[in-house]
Design a protein around this ligand. Structure first.
Ligand code: HEM
Length: 413
């Protein structure tokens, strides 16, 4: 059997974070070496769906890996960005039990289904407003005009970020996110940016939290401030970390879910027509297939806490394991003709929201936003079309994100 060589063009581009289409490489990994040691990155890459599925609920794999950021940085920079590293270590996604359960209980109090469902009319209104602002006949980047502002506004309103500060806030959080999703040679550069961004973000949250303590409102931030379970509350540092992480986890991911789904619909006119013909019947399937086809979060990273055997390979204690969700979601063992975009695919047990105790907290909200967005596009912009098939993806390994999605609107309705 051929073995993967790290110098092969696709593989090299992958670990240098510039591979545009990772799926052929993922397919090779899945069939040739599904638990693969990536020497340049010094970590394991797991690509089969069954292995990702069982691995993500295996408690021998820890989520607490903030030291991977520490180890990757040179000592002088490490000392400089220590507050950033301390902050990241409090992100719910990077905690293990019992801390994780404690944080999850507290955040669940603020993130109730009632609260999420209450957002529906507001999201519908926002979608309508954003689509009304688009002009028929004029090419535009629909990510900038629609896919990005929608989840950003939703999450900013949930967190109570004042309107005038939202653009700056989003920019800052993006800086932090680029550090947390970078794995390759760009890490040091992203660390400096993220460190500066975090200082500004914390200053903003200190003010907002003080305001909520003084005068609670009907928003997520107030709910987080007052959340109490088993006699415990979030400390200030945990509160800031939760706000930053919720924004970071819920904003670009949803943007990319909507954008990639739209891209897939426009590149597969038969599927777009099917959706238009019966939106009630197919919109949920479209959301799930969009999440599977271009899984917006391409990986879930864990650290082995002991020597673990996986598919014949021995993972040593302390080694990092990357469960490649984007690869698992194209596994032909679970998804027949996996490279085909099919909005009627059933079952569709993708791992786009992860699996196990860290399963995405915002899945209900993300699905709702995507559903409302696709419904409105079908109703308001049925003649939408792509300007080009030459689409670029952002050079970041952890997320699947289009740079732009240039479209032309037909007559809006
Ligand atoms: C299409 C959109 C989204 C995708 C694809 C997505 C994907 C994911 C994935 C894969 C995980 C698990 C990561 C792991 O196991 O290491 C996760 C966790 C999480 N997500 Fe999402 N997410 C989305 C939207 C959202 C939204 C809208 C929010 C909140 C407003 C959110 C909040 C979170 C939080 C807080 C966690 C951490 C949960 C924990 O560690 O217990 N996500 N998400």
């Amino acid at each position: 059997m051929a073995t993967l060589l790290t110098e092969e063009p696709d593989y090299r581009a992958f670990w240098e974070e510039r591979l545009q289409n990772p799926y052929p490489l993922f397919a090779r990994m899945r069939s040739e070496d599904p638990v693969h040691w990536c020497a340049p990155m010094k970590l394991w890459l797991v690509t089969r769906h069954d292995l990702c599925f069982t691995g993500l609920k295996d408690e021998r794999f820890s989520s607490n890996r903030s030291d991977m950021y520490v180890q990757a940085l040179p000592p002088d920079l490490k000392a400089k960005v220590q507050p950033l590293l301390d902050h990241i270590s409090k992100w719910i996604q990077l905690t293990d039990e019992p801390d994780h359960l404690r944080l999850r209980k507290l955040v669940n109090l603020a993130f109730t289904p009632r609260m999420i469902n209450q957002l529906r009319p507001r999201i519908e209104q926002l979608v309508d407003q954003l689509l009304t602002d688009l002009r028929p006949g004029e090419p535009c980047d629909i990510i900038k005009r629609f896919c990005q502002p929608l989840p950003a506004t939703v999450i900013c309103e949930m967190l109570g970020i004042p309107l005038a500060e939202r653009d700056r806030f989003r920019e800052l959080i993006e800086g932090i996110m680029h550090f947390s999703t970078a794995g390759g040679p760009n890490l040091k550069h992203h660390a400096e940016n993220a460190h500066a961004a975090l200082r500004e973000v914390i200053t903003l949250f200190e003010r907002l939290v003080a305001e909520r303590r003084q005068e609670p409102r009907d928003d997520l931030l107030s709910a987080l401030v007052s959340a109490e379970a088993d006699g415990e509350r979030l400390s200030n540092e945990e509160l800031y970390a939760m706000c930053v992480f919720v924004f970071l986890a819920g904003h670009e991911t949803t943007t990319n879910g909507i954008a990639s789904g739209l891209m897939a619909l426009l590149q597969h006119p038969d599927q777009f027509s099917k959706l238009k013909a019966n939106v009630d019947a197919h919109v949920r399937g479209t959301v799930e297939e969009a999440l599977r086809f271009e899984s917006p979060v391409t990986r879930a990273v864990r650290k082995a806490t002991e020597r673990i055997e996986l598919a014949g390979k021995v993972i040593e204690s302390g080694q990092l394991v990357v469960f490649l969700l984007g690869a698992a979601d194209r596994d032909p063992a679970l998804f027949p003709v996996p490279d085909t975009f099919d909005i009627t695919r059933t079952p569709n047990k993708h791992l786009a929201f992860g699996y196990g105790s860290h399963f995405c907290l915002g899945a209900v909200l993300a699905r709702m936003e995507m559903e409302i967005a696709f419904r409105a596009i079908v109703r308001r912009l049925p003649n939408l079309r792509l300007v080009t098939d030459q689409l670029d993806w952002k050079p970041t390994m952890g997320i699947r994100a289009l740079v732009k999605l240039p479209v032309v609107l037909g007559e809006s309705l």
